[in-house]
Write a new protein. Structure first.
Length: 272
């Protein structure tokens, strides 16, 4: 496990016991896996170390052939495993949502982990204090073994998000499960911008409550940030944002200018 792996929980933090056999959990944490043994241990340790254990951990596996399933079998937490879910990440995330029983749903991917042992306690407190339908925090990026300082978190508005001036980091998003029944889940036809599509739908209904602190560590991989992937992702993002331009047409026009500038830079980077 890397030196930046999540620490053991301090003894003085409040503790919520795991749910009983008939009690529905407060949190459903969904982790999609496929040959994830190299990084999954950090994910498991960060959930198991949470001071709030009022949770279920749902694993959606696409058919792993390495040690992934063995790690999950040995994991002592409250868990369920959905086997052989293929068809892309959006379908896997939706399968986890459909299986979830908790009040709040979060996706913690198999190469990410929670930034501190009290993350779920803080998120539950923010839900209770705000009455919000979803909560968004910050992330830290783990790049080349080093944690990068978090980006500044701007005040949220639909216009700011539609224009690209506000960001929502998927690993730090928590949603009341009931909200999916009102807005739908991830668009399984999308490969890159399925989260932006869903956040635009959620935000059009109700704004999120913010936690201006890092909640999750996102592990950056070279393949995920290649110029070719970035260009395809930007093109899909443009198509997604265009779907919702009626909610904030001026903000979309501002985004278009930013998109054209970034697309040109990416094309130059790709052909360099």
């Amino acid at each position: 496990m890397p030196t930046n792996s999540p620490p053991d929980p301090p003894p003085d933090l409040p503790h919520r016991p795991p749910p009983g056999p008939t009690q529905l959990p407060r949190f459903s944490i969904i982790t999609c896996t496929w040959n994830s043994a190299a990084t999954l241990a950090d994910t498991l340790a960060s959930v198991h170390s949470q001071t709030c254990q009022d949770l279920e951990h749902i694993f959606v596996d696409a058919g792993s052939t390495d040690a992934t399933l063995g790690l999950i079998d040995a994991y002592p937490g409250t868990k369920r495993v959905l086997h052989g879910v293929t068809g892309g990440i959006s379908r896997a995330m939706n399968a986890g949502i459909l299986a979830a029983r908790g009040e709040f749903v979060a996706h913690l991917h198999s190469d990410d982990y929670y930034a501190a042992p009290d993350v779920l306690e803080r998120v539950a407190r923010r839900f209770d204090e705000s009455g919000a339908a979803w909560v968004v925090g910050q992330i830290r990026v783990l790049k080349d073994g080093h944690l990068v300082p978090p980006y500044a978190m701007c005040p949220f508005s639909y216009r700011a998000y539609a224009s690209g001036h506000a960001a929502i980091a998927h690993p730090a998003v928590f949603v009341r499960r009931a909200l999916f029944g009102q807005t739908g889940m991830f668009d399984e036809g999308l490969r890159y911008a399925m989260d932006i599509d869903l956040w635009l739908r959620l935000a059009a209904r109700t704004p999120p409550a913010l936690i201006v602190q890092p909640l999750t560590v996102f592990r950056e991989h070279a393949g995920s940030v290649s110029s070719a992937n970035k260009l395809r992702a930007r093109q899909e993002e443009f198509r997604v944002r265009r779907r919702y331009m009626r909610h904030a047409p001026l903000a979309f026009a501002i985004y278009c200018l930013r998109y054209l500038k970034r697309r040109r830079a990416l094309r130059l980077e790709t052909t360099a």
